[in-house]
Design a protein. Structure first.
Length: 160
């Protein structure tokens, strides 16, 4: 049921009854499918998508590019597992292109992230280099548009 997964990905708060109506199936079939997806590891969890710019407590996010030396036996897996164990790390992705790993991190301040990169991340034995990009504005995240339509650019439009 790919459609079920897509609906849950859009809104995990939909009830089995709502999902069943949308999929033209029974609530029992939806509940069984969800339980099966959870047990088999297809569904890893449920999470709210927060617009941190509007939340009372502020956080800073950054994308860190890592160039690493892969290990002979484990490739990139060993270093990726070490990186993902840090509490500051939200996501780790193996990339094709100019760098090897993309690491999304969160901290209380820019300085916290800078210290994490310089003292903990860049000192790992497989890390060759890092490049840190701080997230300034989130326009869309997880498929959800975060900026209000009422917020617009005051600079005007450019005529070509």
């Amino acid at each position: 049921m790919k459609e079920l997964l897509e609906l849950l990905n859009e809104n995990a708060r939909l009830t089995p009854a709502q999902l069943a109506a949308m999929l033209d199936t029974t609530q029992e079939e939806v509940t069984a499918a969800i339980e099966n997806y959870e047990k088999s590891g297809v569904i890893k969890g449920y999470k709210a998508l927060i617009d941190w710019d509007k939340a009372p407590s502020k956080t800073v996010s950054a994308l860190i590019e890592l160039k690493v030396t892969p290990k002979r036996e484990t490739g990139f897996d060993e270093i990726a597992k070490r990186v993902m164990m840090f509490e500051e790390v939200e996501s780790v992705y193996l990339m094709a292109g100019a760098y090897d790993l993309a690491v999304m991190v969160k901290g209380a301040t820019i300085q916290d992230i800078a210290m994490f990169v310089s003292k903990r991340l860049s000192t790992l034995d497989s890390v060759l280099s890092t490049a840190t990009h701080f997230i300034l504005t989130r326009y869309k995240d997880g498929g959800v548009v975060l900026c209000d339509d009422s917020e617009h650019d005051e600079r005007g439009t450019m005529l070509l």
